[in-house]
Design a protein around this ligand. Sequence first.
Ligand code: AOF
Ligand code: ZN
Length: 365
Amino acid sequence: MAQALELGARGLGQTWPNPSVGAVVVQNGPDGPVIVGEGRTQPGGRPHAEAMAFEDAGAAASGGTLYVTLEPCSHRTIRGGTPCVERTLLAGVRRVVSAMSDPNPQIAGLSHALLRMAGVEVVTGVLEDQAQRSHRGHVLRVTQGRPMVTFKVARTADGFAGGAGGARLAISCPESGEWVHRLRASHDAIMLGIGSVLADDPLLTVRLPGLEIRSPVRVVLDSSLRLPLDAKLVQGAATVPLWVIAAEDAPIAAEERLVAAGVEVMRVSRGADGHIDLLEALRLMATRGITRIFSEGGPTIGEQLALQGFADEVIVSTSPKPLGAEGIVAVRPGLAALLADPEIYAVTQAGQIGCDRFEVFTRIA
Ligand code: AOF
Ligand code: ZN
């Protein structure tokens, strides 16, 4: 199962609207169990992990065990083909070990039951915590209609994300830069506020040497459609999709200019604070198939995401260098209070990357 989880984790960010599942087929050889097939959900969500693993195993799957990180599917869809439960039976598998049931209401325990009825031994809940973490985006999308959100912020030793007035700071060391690209690549979309775009003019593509991957969709929350046409994000809209979420009252002329430049503009209501209604924006992204969102800022969005209960993971990286002056506070007080509350966030990872220290907080309530 650990191997299956490893396989599945490699596809995070690439398989939306589907979860990234890993599957391993094991057969008893003369010297003990051997892996005869492996697979993971393919980019875009199909073929499913089991289909890949059975194809890899061929006839060797018969009589063997399937380890899979999510309950196999049994539903039929137009784009589907043979459901994985049927494939499992056709392959002659005798035992299925699954990490967790699939909360997708079309499946939700039905597949495990179908397999048992067909005489297959089914074991569930193996390494479930890890599987739940890996499939959190899918689980939230099918149970709550919103994607999972990871918020990351980098700060100086004295706690600032930017200089006074929002001036951009070079905070992190080079090793952290590569890590951020990996984090981006493991999410379906990167979301940021118009303030960060106007201040930094970022490109937000994923550059990982030796890795051929689909770059996450870029999403800008821009209630009044202030995004300039010469922003790098807009210039790159032909190669990597750019979605702009605006308020209903934003000028139509601005929308038309952006659309002509290849940007997709969507509209939602304004929240009580006058900004984009975050829940509506997240729901909209979920309807478009997004399961995992990476937000790199800024501090205000991070605080709002956390206060409204949507910051499922928060990553704080701290450099050893202080700014030594007044700046933009990276972890705003509302977020800081929640992170410090052990009933709301648990520290699930901590360590050092290059010169930077980092902590990963996972929302538990
Ligand atoms: C599996 N194996 O590798 C994945 C599964 O749109 P479809 O027809 O591909 O079905 C999507 C649903 O199937 C998705 O919402 C989730 O419940 C499950 N994903 N199932 O057996 C896989 N990725
Ligand atoms: Zn399937």
